[in-house]
Design a protein around this ligand. Structure first.
Ligand code: NAP
Length: 290
């Protein structure tokens, strides 16, 4: 029972959790839709092919695992996919670790769902996983710094295209989230519950662009306030993921996401170090891009 299951390893959150789990020498199994797309993954990973909508495949992937990461994919039936995964995790006695959007307080969650109807399904599926009998660890994440990598060509070409409110949006480096999630996957004594993992500061689109410009040593102009910003996203994304991102950035452009010092302190305690700054993330990424 020492194996941990990670889903979404060809994506952003799952990919970084996989890296961290391998760094810590965990026995890792990955559920992938297409082994060919997962060909870049380390040989140390046991691959199980299947779709989250296929209950038999999910059951086979969870068999004999001690813990599993669940990230809700950009799929129209994401509530149903989470239900299947939660039920099968309960059946196999696997602890569930969730990374994504979750508001634990029912009254706050209901208010958020009323204010942002597009997020109602996401909030509902996370709440149902939190209610499962899997001793779940729910890791709630703000805006990902790693989103910017989708726009590598734009940024290198001199524009930063995603809207972020002038009063700032908290941006988390997912390497920090991956550390906390991997600890929860590895440690059976990690207390069940809901945790926020945040970045140390809130940044506007202008500030984010300036940091990219400084670290790359070339001009990067914020264009998230251009009325045509959706076209920049459509050039890099498609389908349901594009729809989800447009909705998210409509929100992040119109509403700040402030940084609560208590959340930064709690994140520091979980990590055992201060959360990485956005500049640290950009410096690291720009070095790879060079
Ligand atoms: N971006 C943000 O700033 C942000 C902030 C907070 C929360 N979130 C939440 O984070 C989640 C997205 O995480 P992410 O960025 O890591 O996603 P992502 O990069 O789009 O990766 C999605 C992963 O899920 C896999 N997948 C998709 N549909 C599947 C299916 N039916 N069966 C099995 N695997 C499937 C994909 O595999 P394939 O290779 O087969 O496609 C991919 O590995 C969303 O729920 C979002 O709301 C995002």
């Amino acid at each position: 029972m020492s194996t941990v299951l990670i889903i979404g390893t060809t994506g952003t959150v799952g990919g970084l959790v996989l890296e961290e789990a391998l760094r810590r020498d965990l026995d890792v199994r990955a559920l992938v839709r297409d082994k060919k797309r997962a060909s870049g993954l380390s040989d140390a990973v046991e691959l199980v092919e299947g779709d989250l909508g296929d209950r038999d495949a999910v059951r086979a992937a969870l068999a004999g695992t001690r813990a599993a990461l669940y990230v809700s994919p950009h799929e129209a039936n994401e509530v149903e996919l989470a239900r299947i995964f939660g039920e099968e995790a309960e059946r196999s006695g696997t602890r569930l670790v969730f990374g994504g959007f979750h508001i634990p307080d029912p009254a706050e969650r209901a208010a958020a769902a009323r204010a942002i109807p597009a997020y109602e399904a996401k909030l509902r599926l996370a709440a149902s996983l939190a209610d499962s009998s899997t001793r779940p660890v729910m890791v709630n994440l703000p805006n990902f710094a790693q989103n910017d990598e989708i726009f590598r060509e734009d940024i290198l070409g001199g524009t930063f295209p995603t809207p972020l409110h002038p009063d700032g949006v908290n941006r988390v480096d997912l390497r920090d989230a991956a550390e906390v999630i991997t600890t929860a996957l590895a440690d059976p004594d990690f207390p069940a519950g809901s945790y926020k993992v945040v970045g140390p500061e809130s940044l506007s689109g202008e500030q984010s662009a300036r940091i990219w410009a400084e670290e790359l040593g070339r001009p990067v102009r914020y264009t998230g306030d251009d009325p045509n910003w959706r076209e920049a996203l459509a050039a890099r994304l498609s389908g349901r993921k594009l729809e989800d991102w447009i909705r998210s950035f409509e929100l992040l452009g119109s509403m700040p996401l402030p940084t609560d010092p208590a959340d930064v302190e709690a994140t520091t305690e979980l990590l055992g170090h201060a959360p990485r700054s956005f500049r640290d993330y950009v410096h690291h990424t720009a070095t790879h891009w060079h």
